[in-house]
Ligand binder design. Structure first.
Ligand code: ADP
Length: 952
């Protein structure tokens, strides 16, 4: 169906309009007609109300006209040349001046060539004289004009679209993140947009981009692949879609993706190639980061052994994330280096040094320690020398770190619930890799995952340790229970055998061989102190006859001697040289000392296996040692029991012997008692004899004395002087003998307890003076002075005057007898109102200290030789002492050899009557025991009583 043509008919004449309409109709043109009757209304219809008024060609009007034209309008204008308000030429000029391209077909009245030329010049599309108006002419003219107009309009529209498209394309290219390249395969020149320059970091002024340059910038590892892909596209038209790394001016490789297409000539030969290149570094990095994190997660979750995992993590981080990665964790307040990885193998030595000498201190200034303490990550994009210096401890430390060339670092804490378990330090030594916040985010994510894994690992380890401890404890308890049961059985056995040591030992080795599963045989060697070495005592088990232990029992270097000397259990395995001394070598022997605290080391207990050198373990050792201890106690007990039994036996024997001896002693005692009785009887008889004899002797002696005196007293003596002298000597010796007899009589009375004091009141001084006077002749005879010192107020005493006189005589006569020159003095004084003292002091020969205690004994004389200088019986002081004691007094002596003696007696003023005589039964034995001596001494005494005087 034919298209409808919108036609504006500008005609003031109705008839003409009708004619046009008919002609169009006849020509079969489907027209939609609008009518304008003058120029003004025509312009209004074409340009709109506003502009039709303003018929000028201002730019503003043009702009608006352009806008109007862009809207659907008339396809053609049929205008009459003559119009009421102007001619068609003006209208044409106005319309064209307004920029409208609408076809203008001018209907002219008269055929005027010049008007037609003017109209055509002014922009009319055609002109048609009214006279020639016919359906054909109008149809041809309108159709051609409309076709041309529409074609022009279409072309303009296409042009506009193209322009717009180009504009958009330009905008897209300029705004695109992609680089555009256009490679002339003939010249090898490559056109690039700014973005491509940006990707490489080069500038258009610096370098002309060429294929060679691109090849140089490609990562060496990608070069071959890319050139192959380009060749494949050019030669086989294989789609070009490649990824590669391109060196940026900074030294960093950027990840790029390129697509391109070749332009080919009619023969299909490529002459040009163009395409785009995109920087996909960030995406690639993100992908790699994700892949890295996924890999790290897989690694971290692969094992709960966090020590190994963290070390592997450090290795994983190098070189992807760092050139040096260190993982430190804090355990029990101490920093432990869990992982160290570095890209440069030459750093090994430096890292070792850093670890050995500069191990981090939790409280130190090291940045990683600060991160652990605070829990805040640290990022230093570019490390300065000052920062390095601050983080190092000394010049050497600084030097090492400096040499390693740290450029940038970041340290992230291993945080779990706000608590830093440690830190990961990541160091870059590449100028091109200075850490940025995106890197820190990745590192923090890595640390977060590592921290979780670390916590899990630590928890797992703690749990494991706890359960392992529990398992161990249960195991140990089980073992201990088993050991205790075995030991208990053994102890029971041993206790039953306590008195039978060989049986006990046998029982013991059999029990041990039975209780320890790996023990094929067991033996005991006991230390023999006599030969100072071990002696195989007992053995039990398999093939024990093959054991020739004597060879292995070297006292010094033998295995068993060593066990004995050190007390340490020893396991000898695998036919060692020590065991090779044995005839048949067992594969394993475990030897432990038989030892306890109280009994010491008694020997060695050993178990063995002939073939399996791993037959014994720690458990067996413990049991062996425990059995050794029990054995030591049992052996010790057995030995003690044996010793006790022996001791008991010895005691029994001794008891028997003692009983025997007791019996003998009893016999002896009875004998002695009998002897004593006999002695007492003998003493009694002797005393009686002495008393009787003295009495019997006194009677004739008195007669001799009496007759001698009678003879001497004759007035006219018929005696010749010699006879008179002899009678005088008879009288003198008789008197002496009588005195002697009296002394012996006194002594015998004293010993027999028959001497009694006859107490009376008398004046002591009177007695002392008369006695001294009595003895004065003796003193004079020896030219000795004899003094009395009377220091007594009251000289009245109650005593036996005869016996007191006897005492004084004894002491004075001894003083005179044993004094060569000087004096003898008697001093009497009152010690107290009730007591008196009499001292007899001489300047004589004195008495040696050793003799002082003996002089009061009967018959004791210091010089007891027959040829002694001083006469005497040795009875005087004994009788004196006995009499003083009878008088309830005391006698003492002070003397020094050559310096005289002082005998001092102290007596009560009034001696009490005891009613009993002095009876010294203890003396009886002395007297009787010495009876034979006494007899001989008595005889001698009698013979030598007066020196220089003979008895005959
Ligand atoms: P004797 O009859 O020998 O004098 P005594 O009993 O009176 O016996 O004395 C014992 C001994 O004591 C004497 O033999 C003498 O050796 C020693 N003796 C006693 N008195 C003295 C004295 N005054 N000076 C030195 N020796 C004395």
């Amino acid at each position: 169906m034919e298209e409808i043509i919108n036609i504006l008919v500008v005609e003031d004449d109705e008839v003409d309009r009708m004619a046009v309409s008919r002609a169009l109709k006849k020509a079969g043109i489907s027209a939609e007609m609008a009518v304008a009757v003058d120029c003004k209304s025509a312009l209004k219809a074409l340009l709109g109300d506003d502009l039709s008024e303003n018929d000028n060609s201002s730019s503003e009007a043009t702009a608006h006209a352009n806008t109007a034209l862009s809207e659907p309008s008339f396809d053609c204008v049929l205008l009459d040349y003559r119009l009421p308000d102007g001619d068609g030429l003006a209208l044409v000029q106005s319309v064209r001046g307004a920029g409208l391209k609408v076809p203008l077909v001018v209907l002219t009245g008269q055929g005027d060539e010049q008007t037609a030329v003017d109209l055509m010049k002014a922009g009319a599309s055609d002109y048609l004289p009214k006279s020639k108006l016919s359906p054909e002419t109008i149809s041809r003219s309108v159709r051609n004009a409309v076709r041309l107009y529409r074609a022009q309009k279409e072309a303009a529209s296409a042009q506009e679209r193209l322009r717009e498209s180009e504009e958009r394309y330009r905008l897209v290219l300029e705004g695109s993140n992609d680089g555009i390249w256009d490679w002339d395969l003939m010249t090898h020149a490559i056109y690039c947009n700014d973005r491509l320059y940006e990707i490489t970091g080069l500038s258009a002024d610096e370098a002309d981009v060429s294929y060679d340059l691109v090849c140089q910038l490609l990562h060496p590892a990608d070069r071959m692949r890319i050139s192959q892909a380009v060749a494949a596209h050019l030669e086989d038209n294989v789609e070009l879609d490649v990824e590669f790394r391109l060196l940026h001016r900074s030294g960093e490789y950027r990840y790029c993706m390129a697509r391109g297409k070749a332009w080919r000539d009619a023969q299909g030969r490529p002459f040009r190639m163009s395409g785009v290149i995109s920087d996909i570094t960030e995406r690639k990095r993100a992908e790699e980061s994700l892949r890295f994190l996924a890999e790290a997660s897989a690694l971290l979750s692969a094992s709960l052994d966090y020590e190994k995992t963290l070390d592997r993590l450090a290795r994983l981080a190098v070189p992807f994330l760092a050139d040096l990665c260190i993982v430190d964790i804090v355990e029990d307040g101490v920093v432990r280096r869990m992982g160290v990885a570095h890209a440069d193998p030459h750093w090994k030595e430096q890292m070792q040094k850093l670890e050995d000498f500069y191990s981090p201190d939790l409280n130190g200034t090291h940045p990683a320690m600060k991160v652990i303490r605070t829990g805040d990550a640290a990022l230093v994009s570019e490390v300065t020398e000052e920062e390095l210096m601050a983080a190092t401890r000394n010049a050497e430390h600084w030097q090492i770190v400096r040499e390693m060339g740290f450029k940038s670092y970041m340290i992230v804490p291993l945080l779990v619930r706000g608590r830093a378990l440690g830190a990961i330090s990541l160091v870059s030594t590449q100028q091109s890799r200075c850490y940025r916040p995106t890197d820190l985010a990745l590192a923090e994510e890595l640390a977060r995952r590592a921290a979780l894994s670390l916590e899990n690992g630590q928890l797992y380890r703690e749990t494991n340790e706890t359960s392992e401890n529990l398992r161990q404890a249960i195991l140990i308890l089980g073992e201990q229970q088993q050991q205790l049961r075995t030991l208990q059985q053994l102890t029971n056995l041993l206790n039953q055998r306590l008195t039978d040591l060989p049986g006990l030992l046998r029982e013991m080795v059999e029990a041990v061989a039975g209780a320890i599963p790996g023990a094929q045989f067991c033996f005991i060697m006991l230390n023999n102190p006599q030969c100072d070495g071990l002696v195989l005592t007992v053995m039990a088990g398999m093939d024990t006859e093959k054991l020739r232990l004597e060879n292995a029992l070297s006292p010094k270097d033998g295995l068993f001697s060593r066990v004995l000397s050190t007390g340490k259990a020893q396991l000898i395995q695998g036919r060692s040289s020590e065991l090779s001394k044995l005839e048949e070598v067992p594969a394993a022997i475990y030897a432990a000392a038989i030892e306890s605290v109280q009994s010491g080391r008694l020997g060695v207990l050993a178990i063995g296996h002939w073939d399996d050198e791993n037959a014994f373990d720690e458990e067996d050792r413990n049991l062996l040692v425990a059995v050794g201890e029990q054995a030591a106690i049992a052996i010790d007990n057995a030995r003690m029991i044996k010793a006790l039994e022996e001791q008991e036996k010895r005691l029994e024997d001794q008891n028997e012997m003692l009983a025997h001896k007791n019996k003998e002693l009893e016999n002896q005692r009875q004998q002695l008692q009998l002897n004593n009785l006999q002695l007492l009887e003998a003493a009694r008889l002797k005393s009686q004899f002495l008393a009787t004899m003295s009495h019997e002797l006194r009677t004739p002696m008195n007669a001799i004395i009496g007759f001698s005196q009678l003879l001497l007293r004759q007035r006219q003596s018929s005696l010749v002087p010699k006879q008179a002298d002899m009678i005088q000597r008879i009288l003198s010796n008789g008197k002496h003998l009588l005195a002697l007899i009296n002394e012996i009589l006194d002594l015998s009375k004293i010993e027999a307890g028959r001497l009694e004091l006859k107490l009376e009141a008398f004046n002591l001084m009177t007695l002392v003076r008369s006695t001294v006077d009595e003895l004065r002749p003796l003193a004079d005879e020896r030219h000795l002075a004899l003094y009395i010192h009377d220091n007594v107020q009251n000289a009245n005493v109650i005593n036996d005057s005869v016996r007191l006189r006897q005492i004084l005589v004894n002491l004075l006569s001894n003083g005179i007898k044993f004094t060569q020159t000087g004096s003898v003095e008697v001093e009497v004084r009152e010690i107290s109102p009730d007591r008196l003292a009499i001292a007899v002091k001489d300047s004589g020969i004195g008495i040696a200290e050793a003799e002082l205690e003996h002089i009061f004994e009967e018959f004791r004389q210091i010089d007891q030789t027959i040829t002694r200088k001083y006469a005497g019986t040795g009875l005087g002081l004994a009788i004196t002492k006995s009499l003083v004691q009878l008088m309830q007094g005391t006698i003492t002596v002070e003397s020094k050899l050559g310096q005289g003696s002082t005998f001092r007696i102290e007596l009560p003023r009034a001696v009490k009557a005891t009613g009993q005589g002095f009876h010294a039964i203890g003396k009886v034995r002395t007297l009787l025991g010495a009876s034979s001596l006494a007899d001989s001494t008595l005889t001698q005494s009698v013979q030598k009583r007066r020196p220089g005087r003979r008895l005959y």
